[in-house]
Design a protein around this ligand. Structure first.
Ligand SMILES: [Zn+2]
Length: 325
């Protein structure tokens, strides 16, 4: 019997892959991943807005760039900011991306690339990423907060991401802490985000300097929470006060969240969470003061996030994996 030579193409087996997309106001990042693990095969980045092409065309372009030539894409997971309807894959309100309100993004990606797609809120998905692959691995009840310019959140209950009736659950940055407090990014007063975010810290120091307070930062043109954190570490009184004030209000917020969700782990991500021990100590102290019962703190772990800037991308990947379930 003669054996037919096997052609080179025939021995290349098609591999299953997943695509994860993290859509931000400034950049869209896209990663191609193998069937298992969070090590990307490749990652590409594009500006969300620019002279050439709409944001949607730019999204399609970056997906096309990483689309594998030979392998099969099982699902595209999309993480986007703003109000998302994850049940229908629609962006309800995208504050930082023009013309994306009421955009059926999931359907548009599916139609363009002929592949299943899933859409979720970026902070919700970052919680999912930390739970599946980061600091929250192995926990069944998890609360995640990302504290940077704003405050985003996600909650895992009994190994499931909490979405709510319309997918709008866990907007924890916008709970009211001080009804007559400073104006929040959303326009309401005294929300947690208006007191503990990076924007809030920078704004507090700027206002205090304008009112005549002395500080190492008094000649800075633009005060950022990062500069405040550095000045606090250099023993600047006003900066220390601003950082510990943000930690204090965050402690009140977390006390409320523990009483609502009773998680086993709280994970804090975002730039402000890296402000140093003053921020964490102040948060812990305030939490212990405001919590209803010390029982909520029993065996509770409060941990820094593991995934850093990749949290959104890895969260979108975790969402894409649910396609196969
Ligand atoms: Zn708000």
């Amino acid at each position: 019997m003669t054996q037919r030579p096997i052609s080179r193409d025939a021995i290349i087996t098609r591999m299953d892959t997943y695509i994860a997309i993290d859509i931000g106001g400034t950049h869209i990042r896209a990663g191609l991943y193998p069937a298992e693990g969070i090590e990307p095969i490749c990652v590409e980045r594009i500006h969300t807005q620019g002279k050439k092409g709409s944001s949607l065309e730019r999204l399609f372009e970056v997906i096309t760039r990483i689309w594998p030539e030979k392998d099969t894409v099982r699902c595209v997971g999309l993480a986007a900011p703003g109000y998302i309807d994850p049940h229908h894959g629609v962006i309800i309100l995208a504050p930082n991306i023009p013309h994306w309100d009421h955009l059926p993004l999931q359907q548009l990606v599916t139609e363009k690339f002929n592949v299943p797609a899933l859409l979720g809120n970026d902070a919700n998905l970052a919680a999912m990423g930390e739970w599946r692959y980061g600091a929250g691995k192995g926990f069944h009840q998890l609360l995640y907060l990302t504290i940077s310019t704003g405050i985003g959140a996600g909650v895992i209950i009994n190994d499931n991401l909490l979405l709510g009736a319309h997918g709008l659950a866990s907007e924890l940055g916008h709970i009211t802490i001080l009804p007559d407090g400073p104006i929040c990014g959303c326009g309401k007063k005294g929300h947690l985000e208006a007191l503990s975010s990076g924007t809030a810290i920078a704004r507090y120091v700027t206002a205090q300097i304008s009112a005549g307070r002395d500080s190492l930062l008094k000649d800075e043109k633009e005060i950022t929470s990062y500069k405040v954190a550095l000045a606090a570490q250099a023993n600047d009184g006003l900066s220390k006060e601003a950082v510990s004030r943000a930690g204090f209000y965050l402690g009140i917020g977390i006390a409320n969240f523990l009483q609502t969700f009773n998680p086993a782990v709280v994970i804090l991500g975002g730039g402000v969470s890296r402000s140093g021990p003053l921020f964490w100590d102040s948060m812990h102290q305030s939490l212990a003061t405001h919590i209803l019962s010390q029982e909520y703190l029993r065996d509770l772990q409060i941990l820094p996030a593991d995934l850093g800037d990749d949290a959104g991308l890895v969260g979108a990947l975790a969402l894409a994996h649910t396609c196969a379930l």
